[in-house]
Ligand binder design. Structure first.
Ligand SMILES: Cc1cc2nc3c(=O)[nH]c(=O)nc-3n(C[C@H](O)[C@H](O)[C@H](O)COP(=O)(O)OP(=O)(O)OC[C@H]3O[C@@H](n4cnc5c(N)ncnc54)[C@H](O)[C@@H]3O)c2cc1C
Length: 506
């Protein structure tokens, strides 16, 4: 049956959705409106994880083949920490030039009969008469703004600042590298995406960026990059760049915007990709969320027969929302971890690497020990103040618990001040108020027992708060948890988020 579908925005979400719908429903007329040409697009390389490539392969093997052929794949990741290198094990990832990915998606969409109109901006009122309107118009979605009340849309600005840039540099794999400048710390995450090219996301805090004199740039054109910042950062990272320079493409300092919508659809309109939900770039999931949402939307439309497409939007949301919310939760933890990164530079390199791996609650010590025993042994040895040879290969969690408090003269928790922690943002101002309630320690830092709800999320928040007060107050932190949550507590001990653990009495 003939149907009309308008897609506003030709990023990965819109192009993939348009293409799959046109392919699966030859009688549907699908139009994608994109205001920019692929060469004008922002960004450099975008991450394509094995998981998202597998999802693409499942629905469109030909496209998977093309994307893979145009991607760089790499199998290493390392922290460069002021002269010390820590390799992260079993790391497999890929990346592709954003412009090249969009060209491939445009060609695939056109081959399946999608009318892709490049250089054509569209508004909701232009297309609202269509049977289905897909708003894939990115993080600054005007459709989401127009339907903000109906969609329950919200935006949250990150505390930190970040900037995307690129460089002509041959990287073997992903690199995480902080540098200290007289103004403060900048951290780069870099990965290769084509021969001799790498993408960088560089993060810092507003005070450091201001001290560096990088917040005063003025732009005369929408597409200008912040050249003063690129010059400053090129000098700061000159060792990594081998004397080269960062280049920009609409590269400016930004506060990350976390977009959430309590509803993804209203009448015949559905928001997709960044327009509906964003995830901090340190999780490397923006393009993944966009492509997976498109795949999910197409799946919800399969076998639709004569039903109107809008009738399937509730089912689409029901199926896709839990996965997206899980990614957003991990991305939030990752964002908070990176925003507070300079505070944990006192940890040993191996513990920083483990803290990074476990930052979002997705990788555990036990899990990592299976694939990276040398790294876990080093991190655990540094935690317990022994050598890696003293760390057992079996029964690691129990051993970590037995060594809790080693090296810091851990105070017994029955003398600790008890604090109930219920915080979404353990590094934020609400947490600051809680910190002010902690009684001063007797000579050494205070001894604090952190209690709270029994959910896993609440425990991870408690542990993050524990890390903050260990760093800021020199506190000896005991974290309360349930018996079955001991693996998370063990991760927290090794990652420097707690000194001791107390298991709640059943
Ligand atoms: C400045 C910036 C740089 C980025 N750089 C990188 C990077 O280097 N690496 C990386 O992995 N990720 C990067 N990202 C994140 C990543 O690109 C997104 O998470 C991902 O592309 C989301 O896909 P999407 O299709 O939902 O939205 P987008 O890719 O943002 O696509 C939305 C599209 O809609 C178009 N559009 C908007 N309004 C209209 C309209 N009214 N009419 C027609 N078209 C419209 C836009 O031009 C855009 O092409 C960057 C994001 C931003 C904001």
């Amino acid at each position: 049956m003939r149907r009309t579908v308008a897609v506003i925005g030709g990023g990965p979400a819109g192009l993939m959705a348009g293409r799959l719908l046109a392919r699966d429903h030859p009688a549907w007329e699908v139009t994608v409106y994109e205001r920019l040409a692929p060469d004008d697009t922002y960004g450099f390389g975008v991450g394509l994880t094995p998981a998202v490539l597998a999802a693409v392969e499942g629905v469109t093997p030909d496209l998977h083949h093309e994307l893979l052929a145009a991607s760089a794949s790499f199998h290493s990741a390392k922290f460069e920490l002021f002269g010390e290198t820590v390799e992260l094990p079993s790391y497999h990832a890929g990346a592709i030039s954003r412009a090249r990915m969009l060209q491939i998606l445009i060609e695939a969409a056109r081959a399946d009969g999608v009318d892709v109109q490049i250089g054509a901006g569209a508004t909701l009122s232009d297309v609202s008469a269509c049977d289905l309107v897909i708003a894939a118009d990115g993080v600054s979605s005007t459709v989401r703004a127009e339907l903000a009340a109906e969609l329950g849309a919200s935006e949250e600005l990150g505390r930190g600042l970040f900037i995307w840039c690129g460089a002509e540099i041959e990287l073997e794999g992903t690199i995480f590298m902080p540098v200290r400048t007289p103004a403060g710390t900048f951290v780069a995450h870099a990965y290769p995406y084509a021969d001799g090219r790498a993408t960088f996301v560089i993060e810092s805090d507003p005070e450091t960026v201001e001290r560096a004199g990088c917040l005063t740039s003025e732009f005369s054109h929408e597409g200008d990059s912040d050249e003063a910042t690129l010059e400053y950062l090129s000098a700061a990272f000159s060792e990594l760049l081998g004397g080269g320079a960062f280049d920009g493409n609409r590269s400016r300092w930004m506060h990350f915007r976390t977009v959430r919508c309590t509803h993804w659809h209203h009448d015949n309109v559905v928001v997709l990709g960044d327009a509906a939900a964003t995830a901090h770039p340190t999780l490397g999931s923006g393009t993944k969320l966009a492509l997976e949402a498109a795949i999910g939307l197409a799946a919800a439309m399969r076998d639709i027969g004569d039903e109107p497409p809008a009738s399937r939007l509730a089912e689409f949301e029901r199926r896709e929302r839990p996965g997206v919310e899980q990614i957003q939760d991990r991305a939030r933890r990752s964002q908070l971890w990176w925003e507070s990164f300079p505070s944990r530079l006192g940890l040993s390199p191996a513990r920083i690497a483990f803290a990074y791996m476990s930052r979002a609650g997705a990788v555990s010590l036990a899990g990592l020990h299976e694939t990276a025993p040398a790294l876990t042994a080093m991190a655990v040895a540094d935690y317990a103040g022994v050598t890696p040879a003293d760390v057992p290969s079996e029964g690691l969690e129990q051993w970590v618990l037995q060594h809790a408090g080693a090296g810091n003269g851990g105070a017994p928790h029955d003398r600790a001040a008890e604090l109930a922690v219920e915080l979404d943002d353990p590094w934020g101002p609400e947490a600051q108020t809680l910190i002010e309630r902690i009684p001063a320690g007797n000579g050494a830092g205070p001894s604090v027992l952190l209690t709270g709800a029994a959910t896993r999320g609440a425990l991870l928040d408690r542990l993050a708060f524990g890390e903050r007060i260990r760093g800021e107050l020199g506190a000896c932190v005991t974290v309360a948890c349930e018996e079955q949550q001991l693996p998370d507590a063990v991760d927290g001990l090794v990652a420097g988020r707690a000194d001791l653990v107390r298991v709640a009495e059943q």
